[in-house]
Design a protein around this ligand. Sequence first.
Ligand code: GDP
Ligand code: MG
Length: 202
Amino acid sequence: MKNHPKYERTLVIIKPDGVQRTLVGEIIRRYERTGLKLAAIKMCVPTAEMVERHYTLDPEWRLKTGLKSIKGYTDKNLTPPHTDPLKVTEIVLKNLTKYLTSGPVIAMVWQGAHAVELVRKITGGTEPRTSDVGTIRGDYVLDSYVMSDVDGRAVRNLVHASGSVKEAEDEIAHWFKKSEIMDYNIVSDKILYDVNLDGILE
Ligand code: GDP
Ligand code: MG
């Protein structure tokens, strides 16, 4: 039954600014209160290799991110730093590496029905300036591409969350050993995934 929706898993990383701003508890609370279950957690200072590998697990990521970034500039009538999307991504990746290796991060695996989609919804859109109110990125940080470009750094959006089930599988394997991920029951699973609701009344 491991293909039941309740076994879906996703990776979340609280980035160094989230740890520095003592938002770890608040961020965990937001995922936890939905009924998602924490399956793994650890603190580490990522190496540059860890970060670069993380973003390039998807061989298309460099091209997609470059194209998305160029579109972001042209939509605002701004000139992109390069016309070549791969060159644009080189800058993004260099800045991201500096950001993510600057201090400890919290890496977590969350499990439950639609874990990938739910965690993305709670996390909010990539650029905090436009992330919805009520999301982590919308509520707890005020950064923007304009400001991060002026300062020549990565946009600080507090958390990473996997973008698809496939991405989640690859990223979880990148950050965690199998033995670090827990298979266990919590009492709330009983009601969240109960089929007949026949275990409540005495
Ligand atoms: P996420 O899944 O919402 O984090 O976004 P992506 O997977 O598209 O991008 C990963 C990271 O690359 C983001 O968290 C940003 O730090 C950075 N990034 C993505 N798109 C852009 C962009 O258009 N401009 C800049 N400056 N950084 C970007
Ligand atoms: Mg992503």
